[in-house]
Ligand binder design. Structure first.
Ligand code: MN
Length: 345
């Protein structure tokens, strides 16, 4: 079992981070590739906070915001244009800082990571258990439910009351990363913060409507095909589903449309770990793992070069078939769940 490195956990916002935020006038905000609700929500919320403080912000993304999240206020402000970013950096000169939010490792900054990491100082604010150090200054707290929760603490430390839009985006961030306050990462503090956001005018039912009642017909058709692949093993404790490129072609669904599909195999009563295998670009196959109870899937993902949280993690394989990866994951999980097949390896 992996437990977070004690030295890595910092419950309070480090003063060095607050000082950079106070001192600099221009910020480039970044997050991880294929951003989820927490990534986008914490980034848009911090954008709002910094602008309230009179600073200029460039919210850089590798790709446009997915249609699943374009309801979030400020999502149209995200800029994917490298020319614009260069101009912003030229104008800012030395009076600039970069802040990466919810990004567990430098590789997940995307194709421009080397150029982005050149921005100085480079700050990282993250809650991934598997966080791999990058940048100059960091605040990493794996006991936090979400990066959104950490951005709220930054508001508090800076004595700033979040605007309604900021509060809305923070609520989306926290609600999505906690599975609407169901996952074990939901703490007393998480709920206190959520209560404060509701007090600032956020309507939980409105947020839920945007997050959960947002399917396109193509997405539902893709889900039909994906759920049709369900297979159970290890006394129904492990569930597998997969998606192929052919299924995307057939339904016309977008790559992000598979988000949250893994919650369905996870929802089976007996299942302790759900595995979602996704055919990607080229010969890439990505694996998402979701656990209930004691199984640490971050440790498994890490041993294959991936990462994540105890209950939600992922990794990638190259040049391996769906069947092969399924067999590898099945063996790993059987060992962890006490169906010892280690002698097979
Ligand atoms: Mn997160």
């Amino acid at each position: 079992m992996t437990s977070p490195d004690k030295e890595m956990i910092e419950r309070n916002v480090p003063e060095e981070i607050l000082n950079v935020i106070r001192r600099k006038d221009n910020f480039v905000l970044l997050t991880h590739i294929h951003p989820d609700g927490d990534a986008i929500g914490s980034l848009l919320a911090l954008t709002d906070v910094l602008e309230q403080m009179g600073k200029r912000v460039f919210a850089y993304f590798d790709e446009p915001v997915s249609h699943l999240y374009d309801f979030m206020p400020g999502s149209d402000r995200v800029n994917t244009n490298l020319g614009d970013l260069r101009q912003f950096l030229d104008e800012a000169g030395a009076d600039v800082g970069a802040i990466a939010l919810d990004c567990g490792e430098a590789d997940r900054l995307g194709d421009q990571k080397n150029q982005l990491l050149n921005i100085h100082p480079f700050l990282a604010i993250d809650h991934h258990l598997s966080h791999r150090t990058y940048g100059k200054l960091r605040w990493v707290d794996p006991t936090r439910s979400s990066t959104g929760e950490m951005v709220y603490e930054i508001c508090t430390a800076l004595d700033i009351t979040p605007s309604y839009h900021c509060a809305f985006n923070l609520f989306v961030a926290i609600a999505t990363d906690t599975g609407s306050f169901r996952y074990s990462c939901t703490s007393v503090r998480t709920l206190e913060i959520a209560a404060s956001l509701v007090a600032l005018g956020v309507h939980p039912e409105e947020v839920a409507g945007h997050i959960y009642d947002n399917y396109t017909p193509a997405r539902l058709q893709l889900m039909q095909l994906v759920l049709g692949t369900l297979e159970l093993c290890a006394d129904d404790k492990i569930a597998f589903i997969h998606v192929t490129r052919e299924m995307f072609d057939k339904t016309g669904a977008a790559a992000q449309d598979v988000e949250s599909f893994i919650d369905y195999p996870r929802s089976i009563k007996t299942v302790q770990v759900a595995v979602f295998l996704k055919e990607g670009r080229g010969d890439q196959l990505s694996v998402s793992l979701r656990a209930k109870g004691g199984c640490d899937v971050a440790a498994i993902a890490k041993s294959y070069g991936g990462g994540g949280h105890r209950n939600a993690a992922g990794c990638r394989f190259f040049g391996k078939s769906l069947e092969t990866v399924r067999e590898i994951m099945c063996r790993e999980l059987e060992v962890v769940l006490g169906f010892s097949r280690r002698h097979d390896r």
